[in-house]
Design a protein around this ligand. Sequence first.
Ligand code: SF4
Ligand code: SF4
Length: 211
Amino acid sequence: MSTVDSHDSDPIGAGDFGVWLANLRRIMRRGGESDVACGTCTGCCSGSQFVHIEPDEHVARAAIPPAWLVPAPGMPPGHQVIGFDAEGRCPMLGDSGCTIYPDRPRACRVYDCRVFAAAGVEVDEPEKTAIAHRARRWVFEYSSEADRAQHVAMTRRGAEVAHDPQLRDVASLGRALAVIRSQLGASADGANPASRSSARRRRTTTPRCDE
Ligand code: SF4
Ligand code: SF4
């Protein structure tokens, strides 16, 4: 974790856009972990999100008190979710961050709020203001004009989806991923880089634990 929160409105370096996108593509195709410089932010741990636990996640499941695990709605047996408390906080979130960090679920390992900055999609769910705030602060760098042009094209598409009848009612995460997938094409099939789902049941295109 880096110390990036000295001023909570300052821009934060999101890294090289082309490198970030290549890593995202790799995670989508083969799995892995995001490398978000979260600092002291816990926005996605306190944004009223269900955390999906897949059947093979034995280590994560063992670290979570059974009382917090419930069957994932609409999914086959073995898929579970962790809920959240009245303040929208994951029950595993302590005063100093995630209390099961080394054993945290896959969904937490892949979550990357830079998808919103990359896609130019605003996080507009009222319970996700901390994620929205962080997403607005990310600023990418570019090692080539092609990368810059790709990001411009992506954000242009992101602005369009807010008015697209097929996507305008989709949760912000689903819209951001739809924009990115449209840029990456078929190579983006596979894992979801931000697979925690919202409490608000808006239609989404995300493939796992969807609302
Ligand atoms: S909202 Fe973004 S920066 Fe904040 S904890 Fe989640 S992934 Fe990290
Ligand atoms: S398990 Fe840990 S990382 Fe995942 S949402 Fe809960 S507190 Fe955050």
